[in-house]
Design a protein around this ligand. Structure first.
Ligand code: PLP
Length: 484
């Protein structure tokens, strides 16, 4: 490490100027990421330059082996942690992180169940061949049509979010003469985010039942013939680094679970997802094995204190499965140096994507990192802000990063840890077509989600349906040979 940056630097306090602004931080990139002899970034055995040449930029790249490895490691970790207390664990992949047919196949082949939260996600999971009995269906406002589809498909569990939904689902199940297992979504009053958690007595948010309201909801479900209450569900937040929030939440939820046992069995306790990953070199997430053990131990302790049997556990990791597997490739279009108060400078590096392919910085102030991908450079590190091409000053991809000072138009730029909540949150803002998603495995690359073209966007515009668009000359389209 070089000396800490000068006090005048506009870099955030956590960002330390690196000795080598080409280095790939070990926890942030897919395990397959290396630089070849020429300094080019290689992902899943394929040079990033070859991916750029074949598919164009921006490009979402997903390392299939990384997803599969994370999936089966998660399964092993939660199963082992539960087995120590004599119970079982089921692991649902939280599809909201990123869902496509291929991803459903990968995670289900690795033994995971699937968590969906809309009719659209349900349709993808079913179309990809997921076993309906191993699908959990979430959502605070599932429509009648969505609930009908779930019951019709034989979805294993529906996580009930409101009193209205209890009656809505009971009516559907009653009409069909069906039977449906349900969980009750409960707010423990614990909110966890990254390093800290906050516990409140009352809840002021849209999801689920408060601890106070849950018993009446459980009693209502138990009155209804077609619904089987199999357990409670609680999700305390996302990108969580420690077990403290889960432990506090477990204490509260197990108390409720124990109370509800007087009205019938509750074989499952679903503790949701939220397990954090590294986005920058300073992030140090707790390994999933440790989190799993800590959570299972906490539940076991609480059950012991109350003298009740420990339920089987369920978890819903999303980010921890796909986050690190994703890398977004961009081409640098322009750079601009801005002199800041006190004489420091910041280099703005504009890329050919932005908030339409990664909304997390704009939505959550999320930090990411970046590296030049086609070469390495000995140029001294300079503080950069990577920005997109959208008409929005908050269109930031990487707020603060050190890159070699000679970063220039034409450079290929790679942003790691974009597998979760980037593709799934993408938009067409400014009529920018969404890039393709390319999966890497065994040195092969293949499109798993087709990229959009300008024609795709025009085709949705009802004002143009009478106007043939074939004659419109848009040279940009020809750049994306394989993804059209
Ligand atoms: N389960 C529920 C109910 C959620 O709301 C979420 C995320 O919002 C998840 C699971 C997945 O969280 P993560 O991707 O952080 O593991």
């Amino acid at each position: 490490m070089s000396a800490p940056s000068q006090s005048r630097t506009p870099a955030p306090a956590w960002l330390v100027e690196p000795d080598d602004a080409n280095a790939l931080a070990p926890l942030v990139w897919p395990e397959s990421a290396v630089r070849d002899a020429d300094g080019a970034l290689v992902l899943g055995g394929i040079p990033a330059t070859a991916l750029q040449e074949r598919f164009g930029t921006p490009l979402w790249v997903l390392d299939e082996d990384e997803v599969r490895t994370r999936a089966h490691r998660a399964l092993d970790a939660f199963r082992a942690a539960a087995a120590l207390h004599g119970v079982q664990a089921r692991v649902y992949y939280a599809g909201k992180a990123f869902l496509s047919a291929e991803v459903v196949r990968w995670v289900t082949e690795e033994g995971l169940a699937v968590d969906v939260c809309t009719g659209g996600e349900l349709a993808v999971a079913l179309a990809a061949g997921a076993d309906p009995a191993r699908i959990g269906f979430h959502g605070n406002n599932k429509s009648v049509a969505e609930l009908e589809a779930a019951v019709e498909a034989g979805v294993g569990s529906i996580i009930i979010d409101s009193l209205i939904e209890i009656e809505r689902l009971a009516a559907i199940v009653g009409r069909r003469g069906a039977s449906q297992a349900v969980l009750l979504r409960v707010n423990s009053g614990v909110h966890a985010e990254t390093h800290a958690f906050l516990a409140t007595a009352h809840e002021d948010q849209k999801f689920g039942f408060t601890l106070q309201d849950a018993p009446a909801a459980a009693a209502r479900i138990r009155q209804l013939e077609g619904l089987q209450l199999v357990g409670l569900h609680c999700h305390i937040g996302s990108q969580i680094f420690g077990t403290a929030g889960f432990e506090e939440s477990a204490a509260r939820i197990v108390e409720l679970h124990a109370e509800l046992l007087s009205g019938g069995e509750l074989p499952v306790l679903n503790l949701g997802g939220g397990f954090g990953i590294a986005y920058t070199s300073v992030d140090d997430p707790t390994p999933l094995e440790e989190l799993a053990a800590g959570i299972a131990d906490a539940v076991a302790r609480q059950c012991e204190v109350r003298g009740i049997p420990m339920p089987n556990l369920a978890f819903e990791p999303g980010r921890a499965i796909v986050g690190r597997a994703g890398v977004t490739l961009y081409e640098v279009g322009t750079t601009k140096s801005v002199e800041l108060d006190g004489g420091a400078t910041r280099l703005y590096v504009s890329v050919d994507g932005g908030m339409s392919d990664n909304a997390r910085p704009a939505l959550y102030g999320a930090d990411f990192s970046a590296r030049i991908a086609a070469r390495t450079s000995d140029a001294p590190p300079t503080l950069v802000r990577v920005v997109g091409k959208h008409c929005e000053s908050g269109d930031i991809v990487v707020d603060a990063e050190y890159l070699p000072g000679d970063v220039a138009p034409g450079d290929l730029l790679a942003v790691p840890a974009t597998g979760a909540y980037c593709i799934s949150l993408a938009s067409n803002y400014n009529h920018v077509p969404r890039p393709p998603v390319v999966a890497l495995r065994g040195g092969e690359a293949r499109v798993i989600v087709r990229g959009e073209s300008i024609q795709d966007l025009l085709a949705r515009d009802a004002g143009l349906t009478l106007t043939p668009t074939e004659g419109i000359d848009m040279p940009v389209l020809s750049e994306r040979s394989e993804s059209k």
